[in-house]
Design a protein around this ligand. Structure first.
Ligand code: NAD
Ligand code: UGA
Length: 452
């Protein structure tokens, strides 16, 4: 069996590396039009940072895993073509700011239609609006050569930072297809791929639309939990309740469960906001504005939480941060990834710079250039933004320090020393509240000396 995956990003790269690892008899080719990205996949410095990924790629690359810019060649040779291209929020025209921009999906479908010489199974791996398979089928059917295609939906549920563990041991694999003999046969073929390492009872098959929609709904439910606890964090601050204690108390109810109840600066990442906005757009499109408004509130709460965090810093610093140095620790949208897409740290830094603060940022994995581009825009510069070589440099002379990404290495910093380096009175925020050294120690940070 030969598999080709179009899109060598955060999803295409790791998922295909895992298939190659678990199915040595399958030849897997990952293709992308971004030559620099493909070159990085072929080098010792992979384009994405994911714990455990280097080992998986090292074991398979050059054997049954190949990376290439030859998109057409990859499609032609494959029995199964995965589509893992980006599906960002549309920034122009009808549906701007909400609908998914499907131009990359459409362009891939046209390329497949143009260069396929025999029947193929096309697998939607990208997150897309429900009914996208219909568009893909239409474009493929117009190829004029009478080639039979089956379109399946196989959304990806991995989270960045834990992608390898999620792929090795997924809660479930979801495969949607047409309930026809040809559709069932295509689904069975894809089940056969995952069944090499995923127990059959964790492989769910559904109709196409259920599978497409389930992906959006899964992300909406996860993000909703974060917005729910973040909304409660504001009430906790007003009343003296502790949001971690409340989260623990409610999470012990097995009907609620403990996961995704960590109050934060707000959720980030390339998908939660984009997928909820996509869901909102779909609801409006199908004439159910009440449902659209319900889900939109999850994103509005997240925006408010991010603004509220900056406002908290400004308030603590006597209502002005102008010309004060603020250290920001962590810039990736979560720990163990170099991905900064929609990172809450971006909004926080922009808001602080708008208040004329001098922001000094440190992140263990995000390059300085990327940080500057994300905060200021391409080719822009500002004397108010600097990137520090380490956390101690960022903290030196700072009036406040905000931990915006919970990298494990920050827990090993000596906060007594950090505190000593800062301008007094110094304020340390953990992405939510002001913490003194005692509280920092209580929540697992290292504080040498007396901790006073
Ligand atoms: P990404 O931007 O990292 O990668 C997409 C890649 O597709 C890019 O390298 C781009 O060059 C390539 N591409 C686009 N059009 C192409 C074309 N016509 N031909 C060849 N290559 C093309 O995106 P990602 O984070 O991997 O996400 C991909 C999809 O998976 C999105 O729909 C996303 O919502 C979904 N998803 C992402 C995650 C995640 O953790 N990032 C998890 C689950 C699902
Ligand atoms: C999320 C989902 O968890 C994946 O299942 C899904 O496949 C993926 O989106 C996607 O479709 O792209 P990801 O965004 O990589 O994965 O990471 P998460 O662990 O979900 O974290 C997202 C954001 O929420 C981060 O900014 C994180 O800090 C924040 N978060 C998470 C909280 O603020 N509190 C929590 O309790 C959990």
């Amino acid at each position: 069996m030969k598999i080709c995956c179009i899109g060598a990003g955060y999803v295409g790269g790791p998922t295909m590396a895992m298939i190659a690892l678990k199915a040595p008899d399958i030849e897997v080719r990952v293709v992308d039009m971004n030559a620099a990205r493909i070159a990085a996949w072929c080098s010792d410095t992979l384009p994405i940072y994911e714990p455990g990924l280097d080992e998986v790629v090292k074991k398979t690359r050059g054997k049954n895993l190949h990376f290439s810019t030859d998109v057409k060649g990859g499609i032609e040779a494959a029995d199964i073509v995965f589509v893992a291209v980006n599906t960002p929020t549309k920034s122009y025209g009808v549906g701007a700011g909400r609908a998914a921009d499907l131009r990359f999906i459409e362009s891939v479908a046209r390329t497949i239609a143009e260069c396929a010489r025999g029947p193929k199974i096309i697998v939607e791996k990208s997150t897309i609006p429900v009914k996208t398979a219909e568009t893909i089928k239409d474009i493929l059917a117009a190829n004029g050569r009478g080639i039979a295609f089956q379109v399946l939906s196989n959304p990806e549920f991995l989270a960045e930072g834990t992608a390898v563990a999620d792929l090795i041991n997924p809660d479930r694999v979801l495969i949607g297809g047409e309930r026809t003999p040809e559709g069932e046969a295509a689904m069975a073929k894809l089940v056969e791929v995952y069944a090499r390492w995923v127990p059959l009872d964790r492989i769910i098959t559904t109709n196409l639309w259920s599978s497409e929609l389930s992906k959006l709904v899964a992300n909406a439910f996860l993000a909703q939990r974060i917005s729910s606890i973040n909304s409660i964090s504001a009430l906790c601050e007003a009343t003296g309740a502790d949001v971690d204690e409340v989260a623990n108390a409610i999470g012990r109810d097995s009907r609620i469960g403990p996961k995704f109840l960590k109050a934060s600066v707000g959720f980030g990442g390339s998908c939660f906001q984009k997928d909820i906005l996509n869901l909102v757009y779909l609801c409006d499109h199908f004439g159910i504005p009440e449902v659209a408004a319900y889900w939109e509130a999850v994103v509005k709460m997240n925006d408010w939480q991010k603004r509220r965090f900056t406002a908290k810093i400004v308030r603590a610093l006597y209502n002005s941060v102008a010309d004060k140095k603020i250290a920001v620790l962590g810039f990736a949208f979560k720990k163990d990834t170099n991905d900064t897409r929609e990172s809450p740290a971006i909004s926080v830094c922009r808001d602080l710079i708008a208040e004329q603060a001098r922001v000094s940022i440190y992140d263990p994995k995000v390059p300085a250039e990327e940080i500057r581009r994300d905060v200021l825009g391409k080719d822009a510069a500002s004397p108010l933004l600097s990137v520090a070589a380490d956390a101690y440099e960022a903290a030196t002379g700072a009036h406040a320090l905000a931990i915006t990404t919970e990298w494990d290495e920050f827990k090993a910093l000596d906060f007594e020393r950090i505190f000593g380096l800062m301008s007094k009175p110094a304020f340390i925020f953990d992405g939510r509240n002001i913490l003194d050294l005692k509280k920092l120690r209580a929540i697992g940070f290292r504080v040498s000396g007396t901790g006073k």
